[in-house]
Design a protein around this ligand. Structure first.
Ligand code: ADP
Ligand code: MG
Length: 571
């Protein structure tokens, strides 16, 4: 709750102005029955036309001001809510951007989307309606009680007895509604996840002509969502109708009691009318409380999902006193490292490896042996669990993360392009690069000519994830990106494995150009491409099993020699 309120702080003044207006509205609603009573008893009884119509005119003026206040509450109140929402959204987005790979291994896109969009929208509604509703209700209810006491204590007593009943019934319903609302949110998130997955996988679906299967799967999601909504509405409806019933009964009891007093001759008709007006004024706050309960349930469920994310902290942190590194030479040392993913299965154990600045090191070994894992430990996409990795003799945890990653370029097998233009995608390597630098990078990646042949050149849209480009083009754009980044250390993770041999040979030239003068870690599928590496490291399930140059390893007649022979059809 305190965390929730902390988001109100920057917009305090707007919030307070909103509350004052709300209080004013409540006061007008309370004053009207009192004025009416006074008018009935004094002016009408004495047939004072003038004063009576002055009173009417005064009320009109008050209602005009009330109108302005209502406008303020409806407009600025919502605006206040929207500001709180924007702050929360920024906060959660910044938080998510900071998370490590492990976080995204666990959380699905659709789930995150729904937490950042719909869930927060309901938090906004609560942020401004909530305090408003509570304030207005508390004011009107206590005001009505006090004023009523001054008219007829017995009737006030009836109101006072009714209050706890209403509160009790509200509290009892709240938990049920809240639970239903959380369920609705979870199902909404599942729908988002399903859509995200279905749309991004649509090409596979069409290959397997599985549209009907997908429809069926989605129908199940929709049904689950529908059921969740049904439960929610049922909870709300039963709360609403009970609330409605209680308030009608309240009117009836007041009429009964007032009628009794009047027939006994102990009360004026004017007092009964006032009392009935009050009980009508009472209805308003009861409605508000009802709305509040519903909103509180949705909003708090949304906020809880917000804090759930805010509390999971999967950030990679550097040691205190970590420094920025400037001129990086590129000496890398893995010292006795061990690593396992979230699931606890050890992937690497007791791995030692030393790479000299400017060397080209190749990693080979069966798929799933941990080559990618080994390389992703260097930019700290994941952190080692034991041992340490040193860059130029310094533990990478003693280096500021941003500074570390700025010095490492990674080119992977599956290239991700952002929906946007070719130029934007290349410029992602250095968002401040000039057009000339971008073109230069494209030339060195041998993609410039291809780009010039596209209909809009550098302004051609690549489509979602780059679907409008060929695999080779995408890969060369990612190489251009890395040229622009210009890091002293380079990781090439099976960057050409998905391409045909002709394209591979063409791209190989760009890679050779790219790795010139940089410490390069290459994971290679085809051994022919890494024969000239300074060091070849063979990785298997146990970790590193062999290392040496091509000649050394062939002479050793071990795992590498066998792999090499197999690939060249020598066995
Ligand atoms: P390689 O690159 O040599 O093919 P990887 O380093 O990708 O192998 O994978 C090594 C092992 O770690 C595999 O058993 C794989 O299933 C597992 N693994 C890879 N990525 C993850 C991940 N994000 N979460 C859990 N396990 C993973
Ligand atoms: Mg791999």
């Amino acid at each position: 709750m305190r965390y929730f309120l902390s988001f109100f702080k920057p917009h305090r003044s707007l919030f307070i102005a909103d509350l004052i207006c709300a209080a004013f509205i409540a006061a007008v609603d309370l004053l009207f029955p009192m004025f009416t009573r006074y008018a009935l008893n004094t002016f009408l009884a004495a047939a004072e036309f003038r004063t009576f119509y002055i009173f009417i005119g005064g009320s009109l003026a008050l209602y005009l001001i009330r109108m302005a206040a209502t406008y303020f509450v409806a407009y600025f109140g919502h605006l206040f809510g929207a500001r709180v929402e924007a702050d929360m959204r920024r906060t959660i987005f910044n938080h998510i951007e900071k998370q490590s790979f492990a976080f995204f291994d666990r959380n699905r896109t659709g789930q995150l989307m729904s937490r950042i969009t719909t869930d927060l929208f309901e938090v906004t509604e609560l942020a401004h309606h909530g305090p408003e509703d509570v304030l207005i209700s508390a004011l009107t209810i206590s005001g009505a009680l006090i004023l009523m006491t001054s008219i007829r204590p017995e009737l006030a007593l009836i109101l006072a007895v009714f209050m706890p009943l209403l509160v009790l019934q509200t509290v009892l319903s709240r938990r049920h509604i809240m639970h239903a609302s959380k369920n609705v949110k979870e199902k909404t998130a599942e729908i988002n996840t399903a859509i995200e997955s279905a749309v991004s996988g649509i090409r596979v679906t069409k290959i397997f002509t599985n549209e009907a299967y997908e429809n069926k799967r989605f129908a199940a999601n929709t049904q689950a969502y529908y059921n969740a909504r049904k439960d929610f509405y049922r909870a709300v409806a039963s709360f609403l109708c009970r609330m409605d019933f209680f308030t009608s009964i309240l009117n009836l009891i007041i009429l009964a009691a007032g009628g009794f007093f009047i027939m006994r001759g102990t009360m004026h008709v004017a007092d009964l009318i006032t009392a009935l007006l009050f009980s009508a004024a009472f209805l308003q706050p009861v409605r508000r409380i009802t709305a509040f309960v519903e909103q509180y349930a949705s909003g708090m469920a949304g906020f809880r999902r917000f804090t759930e994310i805010m509390n999971t902290c999967d950030e990679i942190r550097s040691n205190p006193g970590a420094i920025d590194i400037k001129a990086v030479r590129g000496d890398i040392a893995y010292e006795n490292i061990g690593f396992a993913y979230n699931n606890g299965i050890t992937v690497l154990q007791n791995v030692n490896l030393s790479i000299k600045a400017g060397q080209k090191v190749a990693f080979v070994g069966p798929s799933g042996s941990g080559k990618t894992t080994l390389c992703s430990l260097l930019p700290r996409f994941y952190d080692v669990q034991s041992g340490s990795i040193k860059l130029d003799g310094r533990d990478i945890r003693d280096i500021n993360l941003e500074s570390l990653r700025r010095n490492i370029g990674v080119v992977q097998q599956d290239v991700f392009l952002f929906a946007g233009t070719v130029k934007e995608n290349i410029a992602y390597g250095n968002t401040e690069a000039s057009d000339e630098e971008i073109i230069e990078a494209a030339r060195r990646a041998e993609i410039h000519d291809d780009i010039m042949k596209m209909d809009k050149g550098y302004d051609t849209l690549v489509g979602e994830r780059g679907v409008r480009l060929s695999g080779g083009q995408k890969q060369r754009i990612s190489i251009a990106r890395t040229f622009l980044k210009n890091p002293p250390i380079l990781i090439l993770d099976e960057a050409t494995s998905a391409l045909d041999t002709a394209t591979e040979i063409k791209i190989q030239k760009s890679f050779d150009e790219l790795s010139k003068g940089r410490t390069t870690l290459v994971i290679a599928h085809r051994l022919s491409t890494i024969r000239n590496a300074d060091l070849i490291v063979v990785v298997d399930d146990e970790g590193i099993c062999e290392q040496g140059t091509h000649q050394n390893l062939l002479a050793k007649k071990g795992v590498y020699a066998a792999l090499y022979k197999a690939q060249n059809g020598l066995i």
